[in-house]
Design a protein around this ligand. Structure first.
Ligand code: AMP
Ligand code: ZN
Length: 470
C-alpha cells in the first residue's frame, strides 16, 4: 500500500508499527451545528480507507474525536440561552445520525475533549517542566514554538516565513505576555459565563490543539501509524499537535499524515464561517446519502472537489446502474434453473477474481477510489453481458458476492432497504396493541424495537398510538 505522506510529500510504502495492526486518528468536527458536506468528506474518505485496510487484513483501531468545547459552541449556547454541554451533546447526536446515513462506521473510540481535561493538564504540566511551555500573569499557558527545533516540518514552512517574533518590533514580549508571535495557547483563562475547569494556572479551558495530542496518546499510544484530517488542518493544527506530542514524549507522533483536499462550491472552499455551505441534512432532503458518498469517491481524495447539482445527478445515475445490476442478478438467482456451474462458467472464474486484484491495485496506489469505481463498473458490465436466464445459480452468486465485496469496501450499499409502507406500520401497531392486551409485553416491546430500527417512532397517547418517521 502506498500512501502520500504530507511529512515527506511523497508516496511511501505503508509499514505499520505492529504487523497486521493499524492505529489511526482522524480529527473530528467541532459540534455547534449540523455537519456540512465539507466535514463529510474526511469522514467518508477515511472511513473508506479504514474499510480497505480491514479488507487487507489489518486490525484497525480508529479514533476520531468530537471537539465539544470551543468559542463557537459557547456563542451558540448563549444565543439559545442553554448550557454549552446541551449544544455539543445535541450536535454529536445529529452528527452520528448523518454518519449512519452516509454509512460511515462508528470509530473504535469517539473521545470528547471535555472528558479528557485531566490528561491535558498533565501534558501541559510536562511541557512546562521541560521548558517547552510558559505561563503568563493572567494564567494563559503558551507553547514555545521555536524551542521545538522541527517546528514547521509538516507544513514545510520556514519559521521566519511563519512569524517575525516580537524581538525587533516590540523589544519585549507581546502585550499579552506572549514571547513570540509563533507561540500558541495550551490553556486559557475563562471569561465570564464560560465553562471552565480548575488547573494549576487558572480556572479555564484547554486550547484546541492540545486536545488531539492527548486523546491520540491516550487511545492509541505515543507513536501512531496514521494521523489524518482535511488539508486546512496541516497548519497550524497538525503542526502544533506534532510539536506538543513530540516535545512531551520524545518520540515521533505519527508516521504518516494523510490530508484530504477541500470540498468547494463554485470553486471556493465551503465553510461554516463563510456561510456558503450545505449541511448533510440539506442533501438528505433530496438524495439518498449513498449518492453523496458515491459523489465523494468519484474524485481522488487529495484533489479539490467541486460540488454541483450536475455532479450529484450524475452520481445518482451511476449508483443506480450498480443497484440495478444487483437487483437483476437477485431476480435471476431466485429463478435460476440450475445450480452447478457449467464448464464455460468455470472458465470465467479467474476473470471474476481479477476484478478484486485490479481493485486492490488501484486502491493500493494512495487510495485511488475514482479508479476503484471504474473497476466496479467493469464488473457491472461483465455481469450484464455474462448472465441471463440460463446462467447457473452458483455462477451468479459468485458474481453477486464479488460485487457486494467491492462495493462494501467503498461503503456503498447497493441493496435497497425495504421501506415500510404505512399499511405495514399500522398492521404492526395493531399486533402490538393485541400483544399488550394479551399481556405479552415481550412481543409488544419487540415490535416497538423493530419499528424503531426502521426509523419509526411510536408514541403512546390517550387517544391511542401515534407514529412518525424519525
Ligand atoms: P471543523 O469542524 O471545521 O473542525 O472540521 C472538521 C473536519 O472537516 C476537518 O478534518 C476539516 O479539515 C474538514 N473540513 C472542513 N471543511 C472542509 C471542506 N470544505 N472540505 C474538506 N474538508 C473540510
Ligand atoms: Zn485534531
Amino acid at each position: 500500500m502506498k500512501i502520500f505522506n504530507t511529512l515527506s510529500r511523497m508516496k511511501e510504502d505503508f509499514k505499520p508499527i505492529e504487523e497486521g495492526k493499524l492505529s489511526m486518528y482522524v480529527c473530528g468536527p467541532t459540534v455547534y451545528n449540523l455537519i456540512h458536506i465539507g466535514n463529510a468528506r474526511p469522514m467518508i474518505i477515511f472511513d473508506t480507507f479504514r474499510r480497505y485496510m480491514a479488507h487487507k487484513g489489518y486490525d484497525v483501531n480508529y479514533v476520531s474525536n468530537f471537539t465539544d468545547v470551543d468559542d463557537k459552541i459557547i456563542k451558540k449556547a448563549n444565543e439559545e440561552g442553554v448550557d454549552p454541554h446541551e449544544i455539543s451533546e445535541r450536535y454529536i447526536k445529529e452528527c452520528k445520525k448523518d454518519m449512519e446515513g452516509m454509512n460511515v462506521m462508528p470509530a473504535s473510540t469517539h473521545p470528547k475533549a471535555t472528558e479528557e481535561i485531566d490528561g491535558m493538564i498533565d501534558m501541559i504540566s510536562t511541557l512546562i517542566e521541560k521548558g517547552y511551555a510558559y505561563e503568563v500573569p493572567d494564567g494563559t499557558v503558551y507553547f514555545r514554538a521555536r524551542k521545538f527545533k522541527e517546528y514547521g516540518k509538516l507544513s514545510h514552512k520556514k519559521l521566519d516565513d511563519l512569524g517575525t517574533g516580537f524581538g525587533r518590533e516590540l523589544k519585549v514580549a507581546g502585550a499579552d505576555g506572549k514571547e513570540d508571535s509563533l507561540d500558541f495557547v495550551l490553556w486559557k483563562p475563562k471569561k465570564e459565563g464560560e465553562p471552565y475547569w480548575e488547573s494549576p494556572w487558572c480556572e479555564g479551558r484547554p486550547g484546541w490543539h492540545i486536545e488531539c495530542s492527548v486523546m491520540s496518546k491516550k487511545y492509541l499510544g505515543e507513536t501512531i501509524d496514521i494521523h489524518a484530517g482535511g488539508e486546512d488542518l496541516i497548519f497550524p493544527h497538525h503542526e502544533n499537535e506534532i510539536a506538543q506530542s513530540e516535545a512531551t514524549n520524545g518520540k515521533p507522533f505519527a508516521n504518516y499524515w494523510m490530508h484530504n483536499g477541500f470540498l468547494n462550491i463554485n470553486n471556493e472552499k465551503m465553510s461554516k464561517s463563510k456561510g456558503n455551505f450545505f449541511t448533510v441534512r440539506d442533501i438528505a432532503q433530496k438524495y439518498d446519502l449513498q449518492v453523496l458518498r458515491f459523489f465523494m469517491l468519484t474524485a481522488h481524495y487529495r484533489s479539490p472537489l467541486n460540488f454541483s447539482d450536475e455532479l450529484m445527478e450524475a452520481a445518482k445515475t451511476s449508483l443506480q446502474r450498480i443497484q440495478t445490476a444487483a437487483e437483476s442478478l437477485d431476480f435471476l438467482i431466485s429463478n435460476a434453473k440450475s445450480s452447478d456451474m457449467t464448464d464455460d462458467e468455470k472458465a470465467l472464474i479467474p476473470e471474476i477474481e481479477g476484478f478484486t486484484e485490479k481493485f486492490d491495485s488501484v486502491m493500493d496506489d494512495d487510495l485511488n477510489t475514482a479508479d476503484a469505481i471504474t473497476v466496479v463498473f467493469e464488473l457491472v458490465k461483465f455481469i450484464n453481458t455474462n448472465t441471463g436466464e440460463n446462467s447457473s445459480k452458483d455462477f451468479m452468486v459468485k458474481l453477486k458476492d464479488e460485487l457486494v465485496m467491492l462495493t462494501d469496501i467503498l461503503g456503498l450499499k447497493i441493496e435497497k432497504e425495504e421501506e415500510l409502507l404505512d399499511s405495514d406500520i399500522e398492521k404492526l401497531i395493531e399486533e402490538r396493541n393485541q400483544a399488550r392486551k394479551d399481556k405479552n409485553f415481550a412481543r409488544a416491546d419487540e415490535i416497538r424495537d423493530e419499528l424503531k430500527a426502521k426509523g419509526i417512532i411510536l408514541e403512546d397517547t390517550r387517544a391511542g398510538v401515534k407514529w412518525k418517521r424519525s
